[in-house]
Ligand binder design. Sequence first.
Ligand SMILES: NC(=O)c1ccc[n+]([C@@H]2O[C@H](COP(=O)([O-])OP(=O)(O)OC[C@H]3O[C@@H](n4cnc5c(N)ncnc54)[C@H](OP(=O)(O)O)[C@@H]3O)[C@@H](O)[C@H]2O)c1
Length: 206
Amino acid sequence: MTIAIIGSGNVAGALAAGLKKAGHRVLIGARFPLSEKSIRLAAVLGEDAFCTVEAAAAGAEALIITTPAEKVPDLIPQLKDAAGKIIIDATNAIRMKPEPYPTAFHAIKALVGAEHVVKCFNTTGFENMAHPDYRGTGLDMFMAGDSQKAKELARKLALDIGFAACWDFGGDDKVELLEKLALCWINLAIMQGHGRNMAFKILKRD
Ligand SMILES: NC(=O)c1ccc[n+]([C@@H]2O[C@H](COP(=O)([O-])OP(=O)(O)OC[C@H]3O[C@@H](n4cnc5c(N)ncnc54)[C@H](OP(=O)(O)O)[C@@H]3O)[C@@H](O)[C@H]2O)c1
């Protein structure tokens, strides 16, 4: 399917490469002129994958938002064609929030008027999204939101890029909990100094 990734930084690059490898068509909705990170990503994806945010939103069946969370309100006029589409919010409002909303997920639901919004791809480092396999063991991804349709797609895309599972945290009321899980990863990996080559995996006793 055609997926628009909005933003062209670390997370965008990791997801775009995996989705392209899995056979999806990826459009990158980026600002112009292209930044250094965009130019590096264009070398991997091809320049024809790059377009305006508006064109990416119009040309894709689903969107993944990978900009800073607080920039999401600025994007709204360019996302008007996305209202009926599935929108995956991969952002974390850790330092700055998309005021007056607590997360980009809430801003998207309110300002785009989209029904099928899901939080996913926010709980681990971009390196793990690029390489979700640790010596043959697939890492786990997590998602939350009320839309079953959006969660079905998020799970499919997570598995497509190599995650072993995508655990459903629940509805819209669990979105902020998922951002807290991201903060747990940041705490261990960065603040406690364990490094970015670590990830969460759920174990279940049979
Ligand atoms: N880094 C991680 O490991 C990680 C993991 C999970 C979730 N996240 C979350 O994912 C989001 C992105 O993180 P990142 O590390 O990928 O950041 P990044 O490398 O700084 O990339 C952010 C991208 O957003 C673009 N952008 C900013 N404002 C924009 C606007 N108004 N219109 C269009 N594009 C805009 C930037 O474009 P320019 O290049 O033109 O400035 C850049 O391409 C953040 O919310 C972060 O919390 C990050």
